[in-house]
Write a protein that binds this ligand. Sequence first.
Ligand SMILES: *Cc1c(COP(=O)(O)O)cnc(C)c1O
Length: 399
Amino acid sequence: MSIATRLLHSIPVDEQTGAIAVPIYQTSTYVQEAPGVNKGFDYARTGNPTRLALENLVATLEGGHSGYAFASGLAAIDAVVKLLSAGDQIVAIDDIYGGAFRLFEHVYRRLGIDIVYCDTTNAENVAKTITDKTKLIWLESPSNPTLKVSDIAAISAIAKAHNCLLCVDNTFASPILQRPIELGADIVVHSGTKYLGGHSDLIAGIAVAKTEELAKELKFIQNASGGILGPFDCFLTIRGIETLPLRIERTSTSALEVAKFLETRPEVARVYYPGLESHPNHEVAKKQQSGGFGGIIALALTEDTIEAATKLVTSTKYFKLAESLGGAKSLLCHPATMTHKSIPAPTRQASGVADGLVRLSVGLEDAADLIADLAQALDALAAIKEEHVVTKEGELVVA
Ligand SMILES: *Cc1c(COP(=O)(O)O)cnc(C)c1O
């Protein structure tokens, strides 16, 4: 069965009424016949039928045992880190999402968890960085924002050899393009805010566990810490997921066209897109992803300054300047001053998040319109630069 069919038919029809859309069970508690005698639900932090439908859906898509829905992607990440104890260590990708970095560094380090970062695009680096304290390897693939692709199967073998867990943040690829559990990961997390929701209208997070044992631990943490997703947002996420295969197909096709166009522009020094042959991890991306390379592109401007990046991100018409990604409308952002500003400049720059780096989330508009929009914004950038040369060099240039 294809993933689209499996997806749509993993969404249950309501048994009580036959409703084809999952009902929103907006309730805090459930009436019991006698203490402990109930219909499978007792209190809505512990369980809710709308949430359960979403959790089962994502678990099926990711090929895991069970899924758990949280109030945000970061709440899902937080739940996974709570599997660890003080004294444990995480080995994480250096190009990590800024919010995850902040959580690791400013909350969990204080609570006694050590975190070390390395360039996971070379699996050898992971093997060299692991110590006997390492309990969790943290990957994002492709990563946010420089689209680094790590070999999930190779790193999962290293994790197994060292008896530690491998968690993959699969937000960028979505389960349509990549299923890390099938490649050996133990846990997958998503910012459901992005492609799963898909319409820029909610904040959500999901964690999927491969085994029953891990699922039990995550469920315990979800209930104990309580960062659950509310029923209406569960409903919206399910509705978003119904069109996920279509949206991912469309955005992947358009993004490849946009990336190829950007490669032709002199104002752009480098285009980061796993679907391009010029991408250093293109072969690994081809091996572990299927059906396309997603809708996120990063570009490094030839003029590597915050000023040039600011000019570009304020000159587009269809690409709206905003944090977030994965919605129907195209967005762009400047990671150095927006999503990744919580990472100190030297650390940020060392991991490739340069001052002149701009991230694009290619939406569902026509690719030709998006390309025209970027072309005029890059022209505006080039015009500014020319003016700059004239004023700087004075008569010399005019003569
Ligand atoms: C946005 C994002 C997150 C955080 O998700 P929220 O829903 O904003 O909490 C985590 N990982 C990646 C890769 C993201 O893009």
